[in-house]
Write a protein that binds this ligand. Structure first.
Ligand SMILES: C[S@@+](CC[C@H](N)C(=O)[O-])C[C@H]1O[C@@H](n2cnc3c(N)ncnc32)[C@H](O)[C@@H]1O
Length: 255
């Protein structure tokens, strides 16, 4: 694995994100993005459960429970899924990587330091959340781009990514990198609403048979594929919500 270039708040940076890049990255904006991710991923008490539990179940069901796996999440955001997996699979070691320092800083506070979170969602008619976390010794977070992962070739047993593929500047390179770091017989799980941000990405990866073909060209055999995998993102007290129509794919890297 590459050495970090520098650390900020104990978070290793494997990519030297510039001030210009930080200023222009919506995911660095606390009120617009990080708070939204906290509301979705760390506020179960507001929703009587974890809204993305269906995704977490889909991922966890693909992980062998007794192995000491190397597991990697791409685009881990505030760290909820990586921390749940680290908790459930204590013999495995988990890395969560993301391009947003602010997301990772929240992830670090909650799941590396085990700090409680106290945040108001009263503007949305909701209450104050008090998320209690615990520090997990088998979990690490780092800043990088999905398109340039700091991990060695064939070093990971399980790689997964939720709601991130369609956010990447270069999703094809992201898929190449996920394939590169995965061991032979390792599994890759991708859950995405395929809500691409650039015309070129729609051309390259939509409809879903293009994504499937690309994964197969990268040496993967699809073992599970669900289209119309619906997840809901609630956002206020009235019950307004976004409904996301995702694909959920699990594939195995062949020889
Ligand atoms: C919509 S959020 C998804 C977070 C979480 N995985 C989920 O399921 O809700 C997208 C995440 O991808 C990250 N991201 C965007 N571009 C990235 C890139 N090139 N490399 C790594 N992460 C990236 C963002 O910082 C953000 O945390």
């Amino acid at each position: 694995m590459n050495d970090p270039i520098f650390y900020k708040n104990n978070i290793p940076f494997f990519y030297p994100k510039s001030q210009f890049e930080i200023t222009h990255d919506i995911y660095e904006h606390f009120d617009l993005s990080v708070k939204d991710q906290i509301k979705l991923h760390l506020s179960d008490q507001l929703w009587s459960g974890y809204p993305f539990q269906k995704i977490l179940d889909f991922i966890e069901n693909a992980i062998h429970p007794f192995n000491d796996f190397h597991i990697l999440e791409i685009g881990c955001g505030v760290g909820r899924m990586a921390s749940s997996i680290a908790f459930k699979f204590p013999h495995s070691s988990i890395w969560g990587v993301d391009y947003s320092f602010q997301m990772l800083n929240q992830a670090r506070k909650s799941f590396i330091e085990g700090r409680s979170l106290n945040l108001s969602f009263e503007n949305e008619g909701l209450g104050i959340i008090q998320h209690k976390s615990s520090a997990l010794s088998n979990l690490k977070f780092g800043l990088t781009t999905a398109e340039n992962l700091p991990f060695d070739n064939e070093s990971q047993d399980f790689v997964y990514s939720s709601f991130t593929l369609d956010r990447l500047k270069n999703p094809l390179k992201g898929i190449d990198e996920m394939s590169r770091v995965l061991k032979k017989d390792g599994k890759l799980a991708i859950i995405s609403p395929l809500n691409f941000i650039e015309k070129q990405h729609w051309i390259e990866l939509y409809p879903t048979n293009k994504l499937i073909a690309l994964l197969e060209q990268n040496g993967h055999q699809i073992i599970e594929y669900k289209d119309n995998f619906i997840v809901e993102q609630p956002f206020d007290r009235r019950g307004n919500k976004k409904i996301w129509n995702c694909v959920a794919i699990i594939c195995v890297k062949e020889d």
